[in-house]
Design a protein around this ligand. Structure first.
Ligand code: URA
Length: 240
C-alpha cells in the first residue's frame, strides 16, 4: 500500500497532507526516514513513525457539526482564531474537517479522522449535493434567480447548473435555498455577488442525504456506521 494512503487511513489528515509530511522528512519506516511519496508500506510488518511516534491504526469517527460563524475550517490557524476541530475536542482522536466552510459561514460540516473518507467526499469527480440557505441583499428577480440556476461566469469559469428556490423576498432582502455540487472557494458568495446580490448570511443545511436536523449551533453528533456507508454509496453512485 502507498505510504500516503496508509497514513491517511490511519487518521493523519488527508492524503495530500500525508504526502507533505513525507516530503518534509517527518516519516520513518523501520527507523529510516523516507522522502519519496511513491514509497510502499506493508501495514502488517512495517513500523511507521511520524515525528518519531509510532503510527497505530485508530478507530474512525465521523462527526456532523453545526458550525457557528467565527470558526475557521482548519486544524490550526496561524492567526489564532478558533478552529472547528476545537468543537469536537472531546473525541479521543485528532479530527479534521471534510472540506471547508468560510470563517463566517454556518451550518453542516463533517469532521473525521478518516482521510480516505475525506478524499471521497471532497473529490470534484464525485458530485455531492450541498444545500445552502442564503440571505442576500436586495430583491432577487425571477430572471436573476434563473441566471443563478443556469450558471454564472466567475473568474474561474462558468458554474455548473444549480437548483435555486426563493423562500422569501422583499425590497431589502431575499432568502434562497441554493443547491450546488461544485466546491469552489467562496462559490455561493461569488455566484450571488455576480448577479448583484451580496450574501449577508450563509448556512449549509444539507450534504447528500444528511441535514442538520435539530442540531444546535456549535454542537455535533456522530454519524452511525449506516449513515457513513449510505453516504459513500450515494457518492460512488454519482461520479461526475
Ligand atoms: N460557498 C461560499 O461562498 N462559502 C462557503 O462557506 C460555502 C459555500
Amino acid at each position: 500500500m502507498r505510504l500516503a494512503k496508509y497514513l491517511a487511513q490511519a487518521g493523519l489528515a488527508s492524503r495530500r497532507h500525508a504526502e507533505e509530511l513525507i516530503i518534509a522528512g517527518r516519516i520513518k519506516i523501520n527507523g529510516v526516514i523516507v522522502r519519496e511519496v511513491v514509497t510502499l508500506v506493508d501495514p502488517m510488518t512495517d513500523q511507521v513513525e511520524v515525528d518519531n511516534r509510532l503510527v497505530v491504526a485508530e478507530p474512525h469517527f465521523y462527526a456532523l457539526l453545526n458550525k457557528p460563524a467565527g470558526y475557521i475550517s482548519t486544524v490550526q490557524d496561524p492567526q489564532g482564531r478558533p478552529t472547528v476541530v476545537e468543537l469536537t475536542a472531546d473525541l479521543p482522536v485528532r479530527m479534521h474537517p471534510v472540506g471547508r466552510l468560510d470563517y463566517d459561514t454556518e451550518g453542516l460540516l463533517l469532521l473525521t479522522n478518516d482521510g480516505e473518507f475525506t478524499n471521497l467526499v471532497t473529490h470534484p469527480r464525485y458530485r455531492v449535493d450541498k444545500r445552502y440557505l442564503v440571505q442576500v441583499q436586495g430583491y432577487i428577480t425571477d430572471a436573476e434567480s434563473s441566471h443563478l440556476s443556469r450558471g454564472v461566469v466567475l473568474e474561474d469559469g462558468l458554474t455548473a447548473p444549480a437548483v435555486v428556490r426563493i423562500k422569501e423576498r422583499n425590497s431589502t432582502s431575499t432568502t434562497l435555498e441554493v443547491s450546488i455540487h461544485e466546491g469552489r472557494k467562496r462559490q455561493v458568495k461569488r455566484m450571488c455577488a455576480a448577479v448583484g446580490h451580496p450574501v449577508v448570511r450563509l448556512r449549509r443545511i444539507g450534504l447528500g442525504f444528511l441535514d442538520l436536523g435539530g442540531l444546535e449551533v456549535g454542537q455535533y453528533r456522530l454519524l452511525s456506521q449506516d449513515e457513513v456507508e449510505r453516504l459513500k454509496r450515494e457518492i460512488l453512485g454519482r461520479p461526475g
